[in-house]
Design a protein around this ligand. Sequence first.
Ligand SMILES: Nc1ncnc2c1ncn2[C@@H]1O[C@H](COP(=O)(O)OP(=O)(O)O[C@H]2O[C@H](CO)[C@@H](O)[C@H](O)[C@H]2O)[C@@H](O)[C@H]1O
Length: 471
Amino acid sequence: MRVLHASLECYPLAKVGGLGDVVGSLPKYLTDLGCITDVILPFYDNEKVHHLEYEEIFTGSLSLGENSFDFSIRKLLSTEFGFQIYLVYQKELLYRPDVYSYEDDTERFVAFQLAVLNWVLSEEIKPDIIHCHDHHTGVIPFLVSQVDTFQSLIDIPTILTIHNAQYQGQFSYDKLDYIPQFDLHNIGLLDWDHCINPLATGIKCAWTVTTVSPSYMEELQHQANGLEGLLTHEKAKCIGILNGIDHDTWDPEKDPMVIENYGVKNIVSGRKANKKWLCEEYGFNIEKPLFAFIGRLVYEKGADLLPDIITEALHHLDVNILILGSGNAEVELKLKELKETFPNSYNTYIGYDEKLSHIIYAGADFLLMPSRVEPCGLNQMYALRYGSIPIVRRTGGLKDTVIDIGDGGFGICHDKVNVQDVYNSIKRGVEFYNDQKYYRKTQKEIIKIDHSWNNSAKQYIELYKSLKQPQ
Ligand SMILES: Nc1ncnc2c1ncn2[C@@H]1O[C@H](COP(=O)(O)OP(=O)(O)O[C@H]2O[C@H](CO)[C@@H](O)[C@H](O)[C@H]2O)[C@@H](O)[C@H]1O
């Protein structure tokens, strides 16, 4: 079986968040289980992509309305990733430094999808399955099943994985001519709420839809940024499969990014070396417990609450807080300003820093995840793998992966999205930390939990084998 994953991100070549991690690791585990897995993503203008050696295997052109664009497909020669990677090189639209947030994102995403399918069309041996990720590739299932040019691909099953239903990629009917000719009687498949909605289109047209945790699948039927009705209607073909993490990249014993490596045996000294580095770098007293947050500073992650959480915690508790993230400008500014109020117990790095994130998982005592919405969440699994205690709101994948210490588990959980609940959890964290024997015993247990893709990759393979064309 050969599966082609189409995605805008794939670690380490392009990562903005969790999508990159998943597409950079699941294929490796699928390959290990005997499923030939390829990934196709755009060729970006970034340093990681520049250094790669590749072979150009296809050239073509695609049309967006009246404009036509040349593109090529580059096959990576390197075998270091554990699966085959293909890149779509398109100079005007895709060869950019960033993955998202351009004014012409609609054009970029549609062009990527058309390029992928034009190439697949030309291939003598077609993939057995096309696995799409998020709204950026949500039109592929429509193109394959409805568009005249791609008629010969109609029997290739398509899967759509929803990593985050908040983002749907809507665009107006002015751009309908970006979609090549199809039977206009079926225009409803593109529509949601009077515009073209790629996520809704993918949900309607894909043979199967997956989400990244079982709880998120349930939640989407009540809270899906307007798609609740659709997801309830399509429930029969939807399944929640919990994400895994890459145990090779995220391994405290071998991770080249951390200050000192460690395993169960030397977890205390190893983590102390990482915490020491963080405390020196950010001006903290190493004796106090260190609480950290890593992530996109957006509403879904509860990032707007962070300034008040920090203020409340540092007024009442003897702790350190470190924030790594970027996103909403107002939140970024507030977080920066707070440094003056709490110079010795709070600090922040506004930006994206992969290495720093690894050191934080390895050195912070607790990881805060006050998410409003968390389809799966990888940070809590990285935290567990590195022996840092997750403090999470019970939602989506956080609910599926973290059990509260009060229930015989290893994390700290709360139900509501408000400052008081998070503050109470931090307070519980301090009490937990002060019971060093119990705290250390728990750390030694969590580091052994297997959250790798081993289980979930098997579930994907079962799913691939069971695919049936929608009626
Ligand atoms: N400033 C920064 N510097 C360094 N590293 C940073 C960083 N900000 C974030 N990261 C890293 O990015 C990843 C974020 O993972 P999440 O699961 O929180 O992703 P996200 O919400 O983007 O993805 C969506 O997709 C994933 C994958 O399906 C779901 O788990 C998730 O719930 C859903 O919202 C982690 O590897 C984290 O360490």
